[in-house]
Design a binder for this molecule. Sequence first.
Ligand code: GTB
Length: 221
Amino acid sequence: MTIILTAFERSPDGGRGLARDTRVRWALEEVGQPYEVRLVSFRAMKEPAHLALHPFGQIPTYEEGDLALFETGAIVLHIAERHAGLLPSDSDGDASARARAITWMFAALSTVEPPILEFANARLLEGDKPWSKERLPLVEGRVRDRLKQLSARLGRADWLDGGFSAGDLMMVSVLLRLKPSGILDGTPNLAAYVARGEARPAYQRAFAAQLAVNAGKPPTA
Ligand code: GTB
């Protein structure tokens, strides 16, 4: 069955891969599933046809026959559960490894991503506010605290828990949002972790595919 994603017709990041369709493209590339993309404008995202797929009028969405999903966590988990390559299976000999990989997906989305988004918004959207100079260091401090904790857990390992998993895919995707700020340089093992994720052939294909859509369209954010 054909898999169809939605993505920005013109991503505000000009193709730096920061919009969330990239993580879904990456997951599909990791498991070797072909997909098609329907591009949507900001206006179309708020119209009934798209709202029927995504109640909050956002991208990405995922369609596969009768199934329509939104939320990248749910989409990547769906992909990882149906295809080999992103989650350990019981036959790998460690029945708990799958649950731990899923835990890292949730950690990425629930614990690490929120302060990063707060920081990105504070830098990009609130920089002109009179209170921004006072608030930004607080928000940045929360991100640095999280990075320190994550860095301590990763240590010298390549991935968070054994082999590469959907947990790493999600964590690297979340951390990538920090690249433009340079803040990752404060935790060299995390910077190297992100670089390892970016170097994966599946990520490279996903990145190239979203860039092909956005190349030549200047960033709006
Ligand atoms: N929790 C949802 C998920 O994980 O699927 C969040 C989805 C989401 O935030 N979608 C964004 C969207 O559709 C695009 S990815 N926004 C339009 C709207 O809400 O009207 C977020 C994003 C946008 C732009 C950049 N950028 O330019 O750097 C980076 C990330």
